[in-house]
Design a binder for this molecule. Sequence first.
Ligand SMILES: *Cc1c(COP(=O)(O)O)cnc(C)c1O
Length: 380
Amino acid sequence: MDKFKGIETPFYYYDTELLRDTLRAINTEAGKYEGFCVHYAVKANANPKLLNVICQAGLGADCVSGGEIRAAVNAGFPSSKIVFAGVGKTDKEIELGLDKNIFCFNVESVPELEVINSLAAGKGKVANVAFRINPDVGAHTHANITTGLAENKFGIAMDDMEDVIRRALAMSNVKFVGLHFHIGSQILDMGDFVALCNRVNDLQNMLEARKVVVENINVGGGLGIDYTHPNRVPVPDFKSYFSTYARHLKLRKGQKLHFELGRSVVGQCGSLITRVLYVKQGTVKQFAIVDAGMTDLIRPALYQAYHKIENISCDASPKTYDVVGPICESSDVFAKAVDIDECHRGDLLAIRSAGAYGEIMASQYNCRPLPKGYIAEELQ
Ligand SMILES: *Cc1c(COP(=O)(O)O)cnc(C)c1O
């Protein structure tokens, strides 16, 4: 791996060619249907170099904090394509959104709606608002990343939806422009999205009967990636994803359908590159101790997530290892009992499918430096 020579490990490496292929697939598949608009969920990875590539592909930006709004604006996303979601927006963040004239606030409670109305009044502006509705639809994914159940903290209950819309219609400094949903992440069963479509159809029928017009429907993100076979399935199945919505969600004339994809856009293009420090024979196990830890990639520790690990320095017969980091936590383990080509001190390992919720979730615990991120163009 000559291109990685002399670069301090651990670091993230992003295959921008794969990212561009992924974005092309998104634009091709979503482009088949009238009114489909795709946004990128910045929280998956806010590396400015990636944001730039994604912005150039024409996607909008879905932000969940003031910092993400700034990152999106700096990367060149037009404010008319920025939406701001989140269950706990601060006044300062709302003011930033108002100052930048973003397209829409996805509102999650009545108190938040009142604050947005009053802050907008203070600036003599009218803020577009959409309501995030909790559709009480479960997703077949890890319990920590399902968000659309009645028990989750997110959104407004379906029973309160009409009342909240009426309140917004009576306010002078907010404009009701749509409904927002998001049921969870790493969803590979299209049936979960069908369930969401059915729910949205029911809610739309109900609102239509009461003469409430909804200009925009936003179904969030959540499409998963294949962590087991990053080489075999580098680009997620966007064809099935968008056609599921086209077939099952009954859009009204002129209505726009918004998507906010995070993981499926950037997940497969990123790898965490780490160096083997020591190979240690324990009493029952063999450990590959690497210089990356849960501070660099927390998904295995946080969600018991699987990432494929490859030895990119050495092509030898595989041996079985627990791949562990240097952090003083027993959960600082990338994989247990995995077969990897025989490891030696100094070998580079690639922890694959780490483009989403990797670099952005890094911390400085143990006073460690944050990992750097490089795109392919920087390392020829
Ligand atoms: C996290 C999130 C997304 C993106 O989810 P992915 O699973 O990464 O596609 C989209 N919308 C909202 C509101 C989110 O919180």
